[in-house]
Design a protein around this ligand. Structure first.
Ligand code: NAD
Length: 282
């Protein structure tokens, strides 16, 4: 079984991005900039944002975090986004989710100009991705896609089973794999026989949020298994895949932690650089 070392692959990607930033600096005399808006004091969000900032600095991006208290008015956030939309030094804008209840997530996402939407959540980017046009792609599925391609460069004709249909994971993942000519099945909480679906799969991507849902006897030999889940349990953080059981069967498997997580952040940096390049080319 191949243990897919997301930490190592993400570090390699960051190295490539660092070189790219240096080349862009030489060409344009400026570097891509990422601004993250952080609202409230949720500990996981603060940790995510700190990691994003650290990684952005490591590859040489200009990185800013704008912090607001939980009580901030929605209008303040929308006005700030408009200001960043018009700021030439900002290539990418990310508003860390979840948001306090009084702030409308849809409004926030739609206020970010699509060309700076590094999360790929704006309906324009979602539509472009599903139409096969150039767009920002949500960071986690993009990271999963790059990991799968490392193991199997030619995905044409492979059967992919995605567990979970969220806008964040399952749906964009399906678009990426369709583009690679996979036959894609998206399963969800109402799927009748998830085990039977999984047993058909050459590729499984689990993004559910249920600890160790995917069992060893759900996976046939030669399947690539990508575990997106991050679940806090009594025995620590585990994924959506029963790691020990599945590792005896699968061709390749991501660990949790150290699999998809580091790729998500590296892909955010990649998206920021890609946004910069698209704006610079205009
Ligand atoms: P979500 O709650 O938005 O979606 C979960 C999906 O799972 C839904 O589509 C639901 O229909 C499906 N589902 C629920 N029960 C099911 C069942 N029994 N069988 C099949 N499908 C079922 O979750 P999300 O935001 O997509 O996140 C999923 C997991 O991925 C979470 O554990 C989250 O913490 C993790 N996550 C990790 C990263 C990362 O960088 N590694 C990024 C984002 C999310």
């Amino acid at each position: 079984m191949i243990l897919i070392d997301g930490k190592k692959i993400a570090a390699e990607l960051r190295e490539e991005l660092k070189k790219e930033v240096s080349n862009l600096k030489a060409k344009y005399n400026k570097v891509p900039g990422l601004t993250v808006i952080l609202i409230g004091d949720l500990t996981p969000s603060q940790i995510y944002v700190r990691n994003k900032e650290k990684s952005a600095n490591e590859v040489g991006l200009k990185s800013d975090v704008v912090k607001y208290p939980d009580s901030v008015e929605e209008k303040v956030i929308l006005d700030k986004i408009q200001e960043l939309n018009n700021d030439e030094t900002v290539s990418g804008i990310l508003v860390q989710l979840p948001l306090p209840k009084h702030i409308d997530k849809k409004k926030v996402i739609e206020t970010i100009v699509p060309s700076k939407d590094v999360d790929g959540f704006h309906p324009m980017n979602v539509g472009n991705l599903s139409s096969g046009y150039e767009s920002s792609v949500p960071c986690t599925p993009l990271g999963c896609y790059l990991l799968i391609k490392k193991i199997e460069p030619n995905l044409s004709g492979k059967k992919a089973v995605l567990i979970g249909r969220s806008n964040l994971n399952g749906k964009p993942m399906a678009q990426l794999l369709l583009k690679e000519n996979c036959t894609v099945t998206i399963t969800h909480s109402k799927t009748k026989d998830l085990k039977a679906e999984c047993l058909e799969a050459d590729i499984i991507v689990a993004a559910v949020g249920i600890p160790e849902l995917v069992k060893g006897d759900w996976v046939k030999k030669d399947t690539i298994v990508i575990d997106v889940g991050i679940n806090k349990t009594d025995k620590g953080i585990v994924g959506d895949v029963a790691f020990e059981e599945v590792s005896t069967n699968a061709k390749a498997l991501t660990p949790v932690p150290g699999g998809v997580g580091p790729m998500t952040i590296a892909c955010l940096l990649k998206n920021t650089i890609d946004c910069f390049k698209r704006l610079a080319d205009k």
